[in-house]
Structure formats: structure tokens, C-alpha cells
Design a binder for this molecule. Structure first.
Ligand SMILES: C[S@@+](CC[C@H](N)C(=O)[O-])C[C@H]1O[C@@H](n2cnc3c(N)ncnc32)[C@H](O)[C@@H]1O
Length: 225
């Protein structure tokens, strides 16, 4: 029997639009796929993972939950060998890995929706998304066990112009109840990182200017909340 999803995975699952086909990339235990099947979020679900162990677990859980007819499992790196689906979840991985998975996939710009939940390097992922013309159409901020997470719903729009603060939180993200607290944490981290590098004399002038601009932009947007 599937356990209730925690706040992070629930926010991920609730970001999935009702669609025909869904990939849960890096499905691990398969709980999100099972939740999606149980709640009719997609008619056809592919639960994939790069590692045999997690996929074996997912297969057991999917079978025990009675959804083997809706959920197909696939052992693969990212979206390799997976045909276009309407929606893709990539959650619980580093921002760099998520970026790599999207870069290697030929159909990311074919009208699909991506639900992305990076654990690290969120700025790097957002920069990649902007440079490639993806827009954040929704963003949830959630907290679980003392950590805050952002869950971005993105799709290709062709737009590539963004305000500095959007490298940390999207305009949609600002609508969340926790957005102020989330921005405060980011400002604190940036100020700490910039201060430490400055003190150590390892912050090039160009990088310092960029960090100062980002912090200023975050303070300005924080005031509006
Ligand atoms: C920390 S778990 C997250 C599981 C689940 N998505 C979540 O958010 O709770 C990361 C999972 O992604 C898988 N993974 C890591 N890199 C991957 C890749 N390039 N392609 C597919 N799966 C990957 C791992 O094997 C692991 O099962």
C-alpha cells in the first residue's frame, strides 16, 4: 500500500496537469507515479530510473498497488529512449543533472510540460531554462523537515528576457505564501557567499557586480511581498 506523499512530493504531484501521458523520470520508489495513476492524472505513465535497484522497488510497489496496466517502467538514463510524453516530472535530483537530462532530450520543446524540483544548483537550472526559452508557468514553494523546496512547472515559450531576481524565484513563485521566507534564505546565502569570497580575495570584479545586482533585485522584490 502506498504511503501518503510528504509535502515535497505532494507539491510535485499536484503540479502535474491532467494529461494523456506522463513520465516520472528518476521515479525511485514509484510513489508519485502511483499517486498519479490513482488520481487519474494521466492515462499512460512511464516510471523510469537509471538504477535497477530503485526500479525493482518501483515495480514491486506498482504491482502491489494494482497499477501495472497504467504504469510502464523503464531502465534508462534520463529520457533516453523515451518517446514524447505530455508531461515529465524530474524531482529530487541536482539542478545540473536535471539540466543534462533536458539537454539530451530531443522533444523538450514540443509542447510538453516539465515539473522540475531541483535539490541543488537551482540557479544554474533556471539560467539554462531561460537561455533555452522555457518559461515558468507555475511555481510552488514548500517546506519539509526544515528544508524549503521550489517546484517549477515549465514549458517552452521562446522568451529569453528575465529580471535578475528570476534567477532565484519566478514571478509565479512570488505568489506563494512562503515566498518571503524563501527569498530571505536566498539573500542570506548570497550575502554569506559573496562576503566570504570577497574576504578571501577570490571574487572577480565582474562576479561581485553580478552578485550585488542579484541581491539588490531580491531585496526590491522582497519589499513588494
Ligand atoms: C533522490 S531520488 C528522488 C526520487 C523521487 N523522484 C523523489 O523526488 O523523491 C533520485 C532518483 O533519481 C535516479 N536518477 C539519478 N540520476 C538519474 C538519471 N540521469 N536518469 C534517471 N534517473 C536518475 C536515482 O537512481 C534515484 O532513484
Amino acid at each position: 500500500m502506498i504511503k501518503e506523499l510528504g509535502a515535497r512530493l505532494m507539491a510535485v504531484a499536484m503540479s502535474v496537469p491532467v494529461c494523456e501521458s506522463l513520465v516520472d523520470c528518476g521515479c525511485d520508489h514509484g510513489h508519485v507515479s502511483i499517486f498519479a495513476a490513482k488520481n487519474g492524472l494521466a492515462k499512460k505513465i512511464t516510471a523510469s530510473d537509471i538504477n535497477r535497484g530503485p526500479l525493482d522497488n518501483a515495480e514491486r510497489e506498482i504491482s502491489a498497488a494494482g497499477f501495472s496496466d497504467v504504469i510502464t517502467t523503464k531502465l534508462t538514463d534520463g529520457l533516453c529512449g523515451i518517446a514524447r510524453h505530455d508531461c515529465v516530472i524530474i524531482a529530487g535530483m541536482g539542478g545540473e543533472t536535471i539540466k543534462g537530462i533536458m539537454e539530451a532530450c530531443p522533444w523538450t520543446k514540443d509542447g510538453c510540460v516539465f515539473v522540475l524540483q531541483p535539490m541543488t544548483k537551482t540557479e544554474l537550472l533556471r539560467e539554462y531554462l531561460f537561455s533555452e526559452g522555457f518559461s515558468v508557468i507555475n511555481e510552488k514553494i514548500t517546506a519539509e523537515a526544515g528544508h524549503m523546496y521550489c517546484i517549477m512547472t515549465v514549458t517552452y515559450s521562446g522568451k529569453t528576457e528575465y529580471e535578475p531576481f528570476e534567477r532565484y524565484i519566478s514571478r509565479k513563485g512570488l505568489e506563494n505564501e512562503l515566498s518571503g521566507e524563501y527569498i530571505d534564505k536566498i539573500i542570506k546565502r548570497l550575502e554569506y557567499e559573496t562576503g566570504s569570497k570577497k574576504k578571501a580575495g577570490v571574487l572577480p570584479e565582474k562576479e561581485l557586480k553580478k552578485a550585488e545586482l542579484d541581491i539588490k533585485s531580491l531585496y526590491e522584490v522582497r519589499k513588494t511581498l
